[in-house]
Design a protein around this ligand. Structure first.
Ligand SMILES: C[S@@+](CC[C@H](N)C(=O)[O-])C[C@H]1O[C@@H](n2cnc3c(N)ncnc32)[C@H](O)[C@@H]1O
Length: 345
C-alpha cells in the first residue's frame, strides 16, 4: 500500500528536484564523464557544488544550461590537472566496456575510463569517491572490478559496493546500477523510498494527444519486433506497460529502431516510440531540465544518465557522511585538546 503522503509523480519530481541554486562554501564534487549531468543534478540538489568533465559538446551544453556548476568540455586522460580542492570525486565511466550487451572487453577496451578515475583519486585524495556502472561489472569483468577496489584500498580508503535498483528510489523504472564508494569509514548507503511509481504515473498525462512528429512503428517494424520477441521468448509484448515500472531506459532502446525499442501502444492500436521528454520522465529528470542538441543526441544524453532521483539519494547519503566525519573530527580534536590540558595541569 502506498503511504498517505505519496504525491503524484510529476508533482513529486518537480518538488524534490528544483533548479539548483549557487551555494558559496558548499563542498565541491568533481564529476568525471559527466554526461548531461544526471548524477550532478542529484548532488547539486543535495547541497554540493559541481564541476563536470565531459567530451561531448551537446551534453556539456545541457549541463551548463541546467546546473549551477560548470561543465568543461574535455577528453579525459590520466595525468590531467582537473580542479584543486575537491571534497569528493564522483563519476560514471563509460559502461560499454562492461555491458553484457557488448563484448565486455573491460580494461582492454579503449573506452575504459577507470584509469582516469583512479588517477584523479590518486592526485586529489578526496574525502570520498563514488562511481556507478552497469551490473555487467559483476560478471566477466569482476576480476577487474576487484583490481579497481584494491587500487582504492591501497590509497587508504575503505571500499563498499552495492547494486541499486533506481525503482527503489522513486524512479518509475527497473534500472540496476552498481555503485562503489571509497571512504574513510562510517559510510552508509541510502535507504530505499517506501513507494514506487509506474510508467503510467510518469507519462500518462502525455498520452492523450500526439507529440510533434510522432514516430509510429511501421508495418515492417511491427513484423521485425514480433520476430524479435518470438526469438527472445517474450511472454508479453515489450511495449511499455503503464501499470508497471518501465524496463531500463538506454540510448539504444530510446534512439534505435531496434526490436527492443521503447514504445507505447495507443488506444487506437498504433504503437509510438517515446519522445525525449517521455524518456526523461522515466529517467526522473524534472520538467524544467532541458536537453541541448539534435534529437538523437538528446536521446543519448537521457539514456546515458544516472536517474537524478537515485543520484539525489546518493548525494544526500554523501552529505550525511561528510557531516558525520566533520563532527567526528571535531570530537577527536576536542578530546586531543583536553588531553593536552590534562598533560599541562
Ligand atoms: C555513462 S555516461 C555518464 C552519465 C552521467 N554520469 C549522467 O548521470 O548524466 C558516460 C559519459 O562519458 C563520456 N566520455 C566517455 N569517454 C570520455 C573521455 N575520455 N573524456 C570525457 N568524456 C568521456 C561520454 O560522452 C558519456 O557522456
Amino acid at each position: 500500500m502506498n503511504p498517505p503522503d505519496k504525491k503524484p509523480y510529476v508533482e513529486y519530481l518537480n518538488a524534490v528536484l528544483p533548479r539548483p541554486r549557487p551555494r558559496a562554501g558548499a563542498p565541491l564534487a568533481l564529476d568525471l564523464f559527466a554526461g548531461c549531468g544526471g548524477l550532478a543534478l542529484g548532488f547539486e540538489v543535495a547541497g554540493f557544488r559541481t564541476i563536470g568533465f565531459e567530451m561531448d559538446a551537446d551534453a556539456c551544453r545541457t549541463y551548463n544550461k541546467n546546473l549551477h556548476g560548470e561543465c568543461r568540455q574535455v577528453f579525459l586522460e590520466p595525468g590531467q590537472d582537473l580542479a584543486d580542492g575537491p571534497d569528493i570525486i564522483i563519476g560514471g565511466p563509460p559502461c560499454q566496456p562492461f555491458s553484457v550487451g557488448g563484448l565486455q572487453e573491460g580494461s582492454k577496451d579503449s573506452r575504459n575510463g577507470f584509469p582516469v578515475f583512479i588517477d584523479a583519486v590518486t592526485r586529489y585524495r578526496p574525502r570520498l569517491a563514488l562511481f556507478e556502472n552497469v551490473r555487467g561489472m559483476l560478471y566477466a569483468n569482476k576480476p577487474y572490478l576487484e583490481k579497481i577496489i584494491a587500487q582504492l584500498e591501497r590509497l587508504g580508503y575503505h571500499v563498499e559496493e552495492k547494486l541499486h535498483n533506481a525503482g527503489h528510489y522513486g524512479t518509475p523504472q527497473r534500472r540496476e546500477r552498481l555503485v562503489v564508494v571509497a571512504h574513510k569509514g562510517g559510510w552508509e548507503f541510502p535507504k530505499s523510498e517506501p513507494f514506487g511509481y509506474t510508467a503510467g504515473d510518469a507519462i500518462g498525462d502525455m498520452l492523450g494527444s500526439l507529440p510533434e512528429n510522432p514516430k509510429f512503428l511501421t508495418a515492417s517494424m511491427d513484423t521485425y519486433v514480433a520476430k524479435y520477441e518470438r526469438a527472445s521468448k517474450c511472454a508479453r509484448p515489450r511495449d511499455l506497460h503503464l501499470d508497471q515500472s518501465s524496463r531500463t531506459v538506454t540510448c539504444r532502446n530510446l534512439n534505435g529502431a531496434t526490436g527492443d525499442m521503447l514504445r507505447v501502444r495507443l488506444e487506437d492500436g498504433r504503437r509510438r516510440r517515446l519522445t525525449v521528454r517521455e524518456g526523461a520522465r522515466l529517467q526522473s529528470f524534472p520538467d524544467w531540465f532541458e536537453f541541448e542538441g539534435a534529437e538523437g543526441s538528446q536521446y543519448n544524453q537521457v539514456g546515458n544518465a544516472v536517474p537524478p532521483l537515485l543520484a539525489w539519494a546518493l548525494g544526500r547519503a554523501v552529505a550525511r557522511y561528510l557531516d558525520l566525519s566533520d563532527s567526528e573530527r571535531a570530537v577527536s580534536r576536542r578530546a586531543g585538546r583536553q588531553l593536552a590540558l590534562l598533560e599541562h595541569a
